[in-house]
Design a protein around this ligand. Sequence first.
Ligand SMILES: Cc1ncc(COP(=O)(O)O)c(C=O)c1O
Length: 474
Amino acid sequence: MAVQWSRSGLDLHLQTSTGEGLRAGLEVALRDAVRSGRLPPGTRLPSSRTLASDLGVSRGTVTQALDQLVAEGYLESKPRSGLRVAPQPAPPVETPRPSHATLPAVPGIDLRSGFPDLAVFPRRQWLAATRHILRTAPNTAFGYRDRSGAVELRQALAEYLGRARGVAAAPAHIVVCAGYAHALRLVCQVLRHHAGAGSVIVFEDPTEPDYPELVEQLGHRARRLPVDDDGLIVDRLTDESAVVVTPAHQYPLGVTLSPARRVELVSWARRSGGFIVEDDYDGEFRYDRRPVGALQGMASDRVIYVGTTSKTIAPGLRLAWLVLPGGLVTPLQEATRWDESYVNVIDQLVLTRLIQTGELDRHIRHCRTRYRRRRDLLGQAVTERLPYARLSGIAAGLHAVLQLPDQAGSEASLLGHLERRGVHVEGLSPFYHQRQNAPPAIVIGYATPAEHTFRHALGTLVDALRERMPTAPG
Ligand SMILES: Cc1ncc(COP(=O)(O)O)c(C=O)c1O
């Protein structure tokens, strides 16, 4: 027997089996609901009078059942607020291996890479744009939408990407998706049709390790090719079906793909029929000069461009986009046919509004000023106080790699030392296919700490590093 009752606008649904007596059935149903977490601690229960009337049983039966559950510790009686679900022992939780996207918070100074400064999320502008959308959007806006994304957003992105990143994008070639990893998943699905299962996708070495793992899970083979000061060493490519690159700011080393390598990479793609996946994850943030335009602008027929709001606004938005070569538009739309992880339309229209009003550009400029200052302070601290260390790559993005002398000790012992001083950074080695190939270095994410704590965070890191370089002068 399924029973439903309501009180003060709250509906509660209980499944009671028919075999037991009324009282026992009610006890079992409530116990199950509490144990399974469906009725979480603190949930207020209707009064015994209401329950009895909704269930069509005597009040005495209900009271006896509730008393039993109080005695067993499932419910508690609070003066003036009636019966509530009592606090329950927490069920054991399985802790997954922390991945790039799910770094748990750490106590102390968090200088791990991957996050923008979440304190500058444009709350006011987001709210104003949401108000505007809810006031002005027609009712039809909230129905099922084009799976490629709201046409308004695709039009705004075409304008923004052309202007800010040199991407040649017609709105019909843009697909809105739920983050870079989602984009990569869609690309893998398309490549399965194009090049067959088991095709080879090349990644830079070092790279974010989640991504090769993802493509292997989706049935492709991941291969790594090394990176030098000019970016990916392109002449080792042969007949792979795709290569994934971070040309504006190699992740994590921070170099750019040189003009000669860009030309070489595009001619490889044209010659072999392979595709280039351009991960433009932080291309808006360059501090020493104007950002280099996207590779896609050189070869819109061979480059699958992916951009994201994860660095410019916040990763929690899960809002990103692909710009596709013409020949991949229909196959990718086919791939999204069974894909339900598309972005909700209100967020899409809010972002559209932020682009149209210039608020996104203003926000990015504000962040750029802030991150540039932090990158400058980091550079200055390294020059003045860590003379045996060197920052690699260009002044850009939200992170930098600090190359260390051998005296700093093994990566594990150095990270342990920094943690004891309250500083959390990542070592470089997990980004390499063969960890032993990594030079001694740490990856410093400088965007995460709150603005007023940044100097202290940096000072603590540098002091702790100096303790590992006892011969450092100054
Ligand atoms: C190399 C790289 N690409 C892309 C992204 C963005 O990922 P997403 O859009 O899934 O948040 C990140 C995020 O940190 C990254 O490090």
